[in-house]
Write a protein that binds this ligand. Sequence first.
Ligand SMILES: *Cc1c(COP(=O)(O)O)cnc(C)c1O
Length: 365
Amino acid sequence: MNILPNDLHRQYSLHAAEYEEKALEVLRSGWYILGKEVEAFEAEWAAYIGARHCVGLASGLDALWISFRLLGVGEGDEVIVCSNAYIACVMGISMNGARPVFVEPDEYDNIDAEKIEAAVTPRTKAILAVHLFGQACDMDRVMEIARRHGLRVVEDCAQSHGNHWRGRTVGTFGDVGCFSFYPTKGCGAFGDAGCIVTGDADLAERFRVYRNYGSERRYHNRVVGTNSRLDELQAGLLRVKLRHLDEFNAERRAIAARYTAELENPRVRLPRVRPGADCTWHQYVVHAERRDELAAFLKERGIGTIIHYPIPPHLSQAYAYLGKKPGDYPIAERYAGEVLSLPMYNGMTAAEQGAVIDAINSWEP
Ligand SMILES: *Cc1c(COP(=O)(O)O)cnc(C)c1O
């Protein structure tokens, strides 16, 4: 058996005719950028998330950096982010000239809210709450600390499409919720796409202007903006995906529940779900001290896995200028050496999952 860590073709196959019909409809419409599909998707995504406004953008990274730009976070400012974040989270901060300040994750693989306050300085302007792996951060604590110190809150929901913190959808707690629709994400496009949600009408309008060269009306430019437009084809296809997102999330929850019930190996620590959070299982991430041996053992049996992520941002070459060294964030560094994402995708068969479970349960290094 050959099992991929993520098999996008399976998910496509579940509703292929619907995607193909929509793609042809858009191709034949003669209108390809910022049109009725984008408008309809923005309204539908806002309704799904429970936010007042949604603005479609070209990627998740754009959603992040434009958020900090429009919230006035720049040179000389600091933004708090978890030390085990995806590199794009950190780039969204540093692209504006602001400095990322890392806070270690807790046992739920997300920012340890108890450690945030110690990282606040007079330069701190914002907290980036990254809902990693499909699990919500403790947004009660994050919002309470932000309010006490007058900080902005941006949520990175790229891996959390439709999960909740105490019953409320993530992306609706902070000033802005950022989403990526990269193909592997919960509601994945067939190319690059992203969006923001916000409850602030003025801020939403500023995103709309900023994404299109800063123009309110064609050729009337209010500010120096960028090109970060969502195209009609992706928006149309995302509308089809969104119709099935609850079904996709339910399937992922069922796959995760079976892993949790049947995986049994003392050398493999299963993911923990924070009380109050529900999880959409963007990844099913186990921890194992001898992770590399486990990955090699599975590979020999035709089972693919991925490491999210092998190098914590502070040790990445791109961030050498921050002057960090090994040992500065020991929890993130340990996690980078022990996390392993098991195969998880819509359309995964019971037999495939059974093979993964049997292999892991039989692993004796
Ligand atoms: C995917 C991802 C991003 C970046 O999204 P792109 O659409 O690839 O630019 C940002 N943050 C997190 C947590 C992600 O998983």
